[in-house]
Design a protein around this ligand. Structure first.
Ligand SMILES: *[C@@H]1O[C@H](CO)[C@@H](O)[C@H](O)[C@H]1NC(C)=O
Ligand SMILES: *[C@@H]1O[C@H](CO)[C@@H](O)[C@H](O)[C@H]1NC(C)=O
Ligand SMILES: *[C@@H]1O[C@H](CO)[C@@H](O)[C@H](O)[C@H]1NC(C)=O
Ligand SMILES: *[C@@H]1O[C@H](CO)[C@@H](O)[C@H](O)[C@H]1NC(C)=O
Ligand SMILES: *[C@@H]1O[C@H](CO)[C@@H](O)[C@H](O)[C@H]1NC(C)=O
Ligand SMILES: *[C@@H]1O[C@H](CO)[C@@H](O)[C@H](O)[C@H]1NC(C)=O
Ligand SMILES: *[C@@H]1O[C@H](CO)[C@@H](O)[C@H](O)[C@H]1NC(C)=O
Length: 331
């Protein structure tokens, strides 16, 4: 126990305090000014110039160039705003500021200078303001996660111009307005789109039907229109979650991709029947079509494939006149 305590008290115990530092002085001073921008006296004990900054908590460097390319901070001990001095880490590729409850203010414009950024995560913080338009200047961005913050305003359509963007997660914010029509021109390979738990409204752009999404979760918004654009037999999508919106379209016309694993369309105004073609989605493990306006006989056989007991009736209940197992027999 004592040893453990010692270890916890001196988390930098295993670092080498040698004179030979690989870290570039510019990077080190950028990191120190990041640290000093917070009101806390000493948030990261290892962030001390007696150690090589490539060994500091949350910092990673390229093995060849020794430039700082990654900064990954999780801290309930930081209090302040995202410092604009971050942009002095000119070679940064991966930036994650995660679970920092006392991180406030807006995403600073100077982040647009981090032209090598590929992976940007600012999540589970109290950051406010918009999803900035200037993120569209980060041409190498592949992964953008701004989930669980207090961002408001609409989604900038310019983000669709990012050529490599493969994952967008803006879930659990206070975003309003529509999903940009331009998202139908995303060019990243099999993008994932996660916009759940916001206040988005307006119709689903038909252009989104052009995209081979790997997964889509736009649940718990106030979106309307025809969400059948996400479906289609040729696609490789494994998750489609569109529950708790205002979608109104004919389910009978939908064709399901074989790759589908999770499908939740509950709490909408979807009508028609459940087409027998859904049995071609042989990997389907989670299904929920409850609280819609569906009618007709539930296809048989398929729902027993992965779950011995079948899906329970809560996957199907509260529709207009669905019938058959696991609901009441059709008349
Ligand atoms: C490190 O830098 C070298 C030289 O620029 C580059 O070839 C290599 O891909 C980089 N490695 C990583 C992990 O970024
Ligand atoms: C954060 O810092 C501000 C100003 O320094 C202070 O007013 C506030 O109480 C601090 N909040 C927390 C949670 O430490
Ligand atoms: C935002 O701040 C509030 C109040 O200090 C806190 O309860 C909440 O957990 C914070 N949010 C996040 C995502 O950390
Ligand atoms: C949701 O959108 C509909 C229009 O599609 C609108 O009539 C309704 O007021 C909106 N509800 C909320 C809570 O914003
Ligand atoms: C989706 O991607 C798969 C796998 O690359 C490809 O076979 C299929 O044609 C694509 N479908 C569409 C609609 O782009
Ligand atoms: C389906 O969704 C409804 C409504 O949200 C929920 O009550 C039910 O438990 C869900 N059933 C399954 C199997 O997920
Ligand atoms: C769903 O199943 C439960 C338990 O088997 C049953 O009590 C309930 O009445 C069923 N509800 C409907 C709508 O079929």
């Amino acid at each position: 126990m004592l040893l453990l305590l010692l270890f916890l008290t001196f988390p930098y115990y295993n670092l080498s305090a040698s004179d030979h530092h690989l870290c570039h002085p510019d990077d080190q001073s950028a990191l120190l000014s990041f640290k000093h921008s917070f009101s806390n006296p000493n948030p990261f004990p290892t962030w001390d110039p007696i150690f090589d900054c490539c060994d500091w908590y949350g910092v990673s460097c390229n093995d060849t160039t020794n430039y700082v390319i990654g900064l990954d901070i999780i801290s309930d001990n930081l209090n302040g705003t995202i410092p604009s001095s971050l942009s002095n880490l000119k070679h940064l590729q991966n930036l994650r500021l995660h679970k920092i409850p006392n991180l406030f203010g807006q995403i600073p414009q100077t982040l647009a200078k981090l032209s090598h950024l590929r992976y940007l995560v600012i999540s589970w913080t109290n950051v406010t303001g918009p999803v900035p338009d200037f993120l569209a200047q980060l041409k190498n961005l592949a992964y953008l996660d701004l989930s669980f913050n207090r961002l408001s305003g609409s989604i900038p359509s310019s983000l669709a111009t990012l050529p490599l963007l493969r994952a967008i997660d803006f879930s659990r914010n206070e975003l309003t307005g529509p999903i940009p029509e331009s998202f139908g021109r995303l060019t990243g390979e099999f993008p994932a789109l996660v916009l759940s738990h916001n206040k988005l409204s307006g119709e689903i752009p038909t252009s989104l039907g052009n995209i081979n999404f790997s997964s889509v979760d736009i649940s718990r918004n106030n979106l309307s229109g025809d969400a059948s654009v996400f479906f289609g037999t040729g696609k490789i999508t494994n998750t489609i979650v569109i529950s708790r919106n205002n979608f109104e379209f004919e389910f009978s016309r939908v064709r399901f991709m074989e790759s589908l694993d999770v499908l939740d369309v509950s709490h909408n105004k979807i009508y028609g029947n459940i087409p027998v073609q859904i049995t071609e989605a042989v990997y389907l493990q989670q299904l929920n079509v409850s609280y819609n306006r569906l009618c007709g006989k539930i296809p048989t056989g398929w729902h027993l494939r992965y779950n011995k007991d079948g899906w329970d009736n809560s996957s199907f209940f509260h529709n207009r006149c669905l019938c058959g197992i696991p609901l009441d027999p059709c008349k």
